[in-house]
Design a binder for this molecule. Structure first.
Ligand code: SAM
Length: 231
């Protein structure tokens, strides 16, 4: 992967960025996404935010190498603190991290009013999609698009959310309201695998000296949702 040839995962994230967006890419190791989108003339301005010094330097080098310093600002900052009001950011990407970390970044950013003018969130959690969807629902976002794709034998979910009130069922939050409608081959593969894992976990929990009843009940419920969806 480089700034000219994004991975399928990042290309798919980029496809959800609106034309001429003012983009913040939070956790922008190498700044591949904003640089690629700027080279394609797809965005008008970007902030690449990084909290760790090494990736921050890689991102800065990438922007300089492509002579994009006027249109992409690289900032060393924690989460949405990378965004300043004068950036007029309307689209935020947070990709390639765990769902709980993405949720914390959004939570802290919302508490500091850093999301007030943002019209679209494009999130790609590596794990923990479920609690992230719950956060979105509980904080005034609706999920307008979702994709699940496979790359290097790993499955990735991309969630696109915009401000709006919407209530989802437990199953929609668990599987993804769009993904559960489509149930494509990657979705089936992911949930077959998860099902086998959950069978193993429940088996060992049930054999334990002190069975954890609440955990077993929650797992049984999830297993029944998965079996139903895959039936
Ligand atoms: N977004 C790129 C992608 O999807 O390929 C890079 C993903 S990389 C695995 C995650 C990056 O997020 C790392 O460079 C890490 O330093 C950065 N990161 C983690 N927590 C962060 C935070 N709170 N604020 C900004 N960057 C963060």
């Amino acid at each position: 992967m480089n700034e000219h040839a994004l991975s399928d995962r990042l290309a798919c994230v980029g496809a959800y960025v609106p034309d001429q967006a003012r983009l913040a890419d939070i956790g922008s190791d190498h700044a591949y996404l904003p640089v690629a989108l700027m080279l394609q003339n797809k965005i008008s301005y970007a902030v690449a935010g990084e909290v760790v010094e090494g990736p921050y330097r890689s991102a800065s080098k990438q922007v300089q190498k492509n002579r994009l310093g006027d249109s992409i600002t690289v900032r060393l900052a924690n989460g949405l603190a990378a965004i300043l009001p004068e950036d007029q950011i309307d689209t935020v990407v947070i990709a390639g991290m765990g769902g709980p970390l993405i949720r914390t970044i959004l939570e802290e950013g919302q508490a500091k009013q850093q999301l007030t003018n943002v019209k679209r969130l494009i999130l790609q959690p590596n794990v923990g999609e479920w609690p992230l969807r719950v956060w979105l629902q509980d904080n005034g976002y609706q999920i307008i698009e979702e994709t699940i794709l496979s790359e290097n034998d790993k499955q990735y979910e991309i969630i696109v959310a915009e401000p709006g009130q919407r209530s989802y069922s437990k199953q929609e939050l668990f599987f993804g309201p769009r993904l559960i409608q489509e149930k494509n081959a990657v979705f089936q593969k992911k949930w077959h695998h998860e099902l086998q894992q959950k069978y193993r976990v429940i088996d060992s929990l049930q054999k334990a000296n002190k069975p954890q009843v609440e955990k077993i009940t929650a797992l049984k419920e999830q297993i029944s949702w998965i079996e139903e969806v895959l039936a």
